[in-house]
Ligand binder design. Structure first.
Ligand SMILES: Cc1cc2nc3c(=O)[nH]c(=O)nc-3n(C[C@H](O)[C@H](O)[C@H](O)COP(=O)(O)OP(=O)(O)OC[C@H]3O[C@@H](n4cnc5c(N)ncnc54)[C@H](O)[C@@H]3O)c2cc1C
Length: 414
């Protein structure tokens, strides 16, 4: 077997104590691994869930503690050694040797890399008191505090109309803030979903009293003498804000892998079974793997919850099965986003250059609800629905089977 198999009483080190890391530990235990699992996470908290941060927690509907991904007794039952508040500084992939920032070293028989992603920041704003990103529990606590301090009707500027920026805008509008969203592209989400669907989703902002400015390039964020922030746009416009939230994407947290011997290229490069090296697997937002689907193979990296969860479990199981025996990781990707009481759901892997057909509702429907299909080369590639969950799921078996475009178009025809 390539690289040898994992000894049943061996040690697995998991770098990153969040969704993918926790699911990897579960994947190992569910498949009978009885050895030690050491999970190292730089945050102080046991694994917690991020999607509620921009939704229920920011809205004040959930206390932050409700985001725990596993109850303390469930975590204890998994028999993990959790090293929290501890950062992995480096990995020697050949020797499976990790060095930690408490000065210790950890030698393992198998390694799971699950350190996720970090939000991009606007240069020069890292220590701006009125500017934040949203990735962690501390971020959401800080943002809530800033909104409470600024009071009802405060001015919030969101930089970036991606999924997280749009959710923050929707939640802040629900809290009574006056919200402006700035997007550099002609339409929000265009690189993921194409311009037409992106524009349709962007229209939700205006329908809910939020100003969306597209082609708005932020040049800087000033610090006015009286507090708050002033966002400076190319062309000279200046927008006063009490709070600025920057949602301009994330970068894979791979800095600590320099010199590891692994290939890192916009993520940790893995094969179709999630192996980055012998007995070293990666999972979650940072993993770039060979996705084989419907006769195609593509190198992909996906920054969504369902993929991170499934990939974590698959990576844990793969480590146990070994590099030759593990099955390919070939899911039909899925993600969702909640904005203004509507749920956007996407199944599959849309490409902005795909053909798009709206098969239910319309892109300018006042209730915002529609179903759109994406196709390429005569095949269905993805389905997107806004608050039409049952219709969306009708396309799942077709996506699994790699169905043709015409067959997909016929599904909702009377
Ligand atoms: C606000 C918000 C809302 C979201 N909403 C949705 C949604 O509605 N739908 C959806 O599909 N997805 C959503 N997502 C995305 C989803 O949460 C992520 O895809 C998921 O968290 C990825 O899990 P992960 O375990 O790969 O990485 P992460 O959750 O990023 O966890 C990685 C962990 O590793 C730690 N770490 C990093 N470097 C080191 C190191 N050197 N040593 C030790 N530890 C380290 C990090 O601190 C972190 O705790 C949302 C994300 C955010 C931030």
């Amino acid at each position: 077997m390539t690289g040898g198999s994992l000894p049943p009483d061996g040690t697995v080190a998991i770098a990153g104590a969040s969704l993918a890391g926790l699911r990897a530990a579960q994947g190992l235990r569910d498949n009978g691994f009885a050895g030690s699992i050491v999970m190292v996470g730089e945050e102080q908290h046991p694994p917690y869930d991020r999607p509620p941060l921009s939704k229920q927690v920011l809205a004040g509907a959930w206390p932050p503690e409700r985001t725990a991904l596993a109850a303390p007794d469930a975590l204890a039952a998994m028999g993990l050694e959790l090293r929290l508040g501890c950062r992995v500084l480096s990995l020697d992939a050949g020797r499976r040797l990790l060095s930690l920032d408490d000065g210790s070293e950890l030698r393992a028989d198998g390694v799971v890399i699950a350190t996720g992603a970090r939000p991009r920041r606007m240069p020069g704003t890292e220590d701006h008191p009125a500017v934040t990103v949203l990735r962690t529990l501390e971020d959401v606590r800080g943002l809530r505090h800033a909104l409470d301090e600024a009071g009802p009707g405060c001015r919030v500027v969101v930089v970036g109309a991606g999924f997280i920026g749009s959710e923050v805008a929707a939640t802040c509008a629900g809290l009574g803030c006056r919200v402006t969203v700035l997007e550099g592209l002609p339409a929000p989400l265009a690189p993921a979903l194409g311009e037409d669907v992106g524009a349709a989703l962007g229209a939700m902002h205006a329908r809910n009293g939020v100003t969306l400015r597209t082609r708005a390039i932020v040049e800087g964020i000033d610090r006015p003498a009286g507090g708050g922030a002033e966002v400076v746009l190319a062309g000279g416009d200046r927008l006063a804000a009490d709070v600025v939230v920057v949602g301009i994407g994330v970068v894979p947290a791979t800095d600590w892998l320099a010199g590891s011997g692994l290939t890192v290229a916009d993520g940790v490069v893995c094969d179709h079974r999630l192996f980055a090296a012998d007995r070293v697997v990666a999972a979650g937002d940072l993993a770039r793997w060979q996705w084989r689907h419907a006769g195609e193979e593509r190198s992909v990296r996906i920054e969504h919850w369902e993929t991170a969860a499934q990939m974590g479990a698959a990576a844990g199981a793969a480590l146990l099965a070994g590099r030759d025996q593990a099955p390919p990781f070939d899911p039909v990707p899925y993600f969702w986003s909640d904005q203004y009481g509507l749920r956007i759901q996407v199944l599959g892997r849309p490409d902005p250059t795909d053909e798009v057909a709206v098969v239910e509702g319309s892109l300018d429907a006042q209730d915002g609800k529609f179903v759109a299909l994406y196709g390429r080369g005569g095949r269905l590639t993805a389905a997107l629905a806004v608050s039409r969950p049952r219709l969306l799921m009708a396309f799942r078996p077709l996506l699994v089977a790699g169905a043709g475009w015409d067959e997909a178009l016929a599904v909702l025809r009377p």
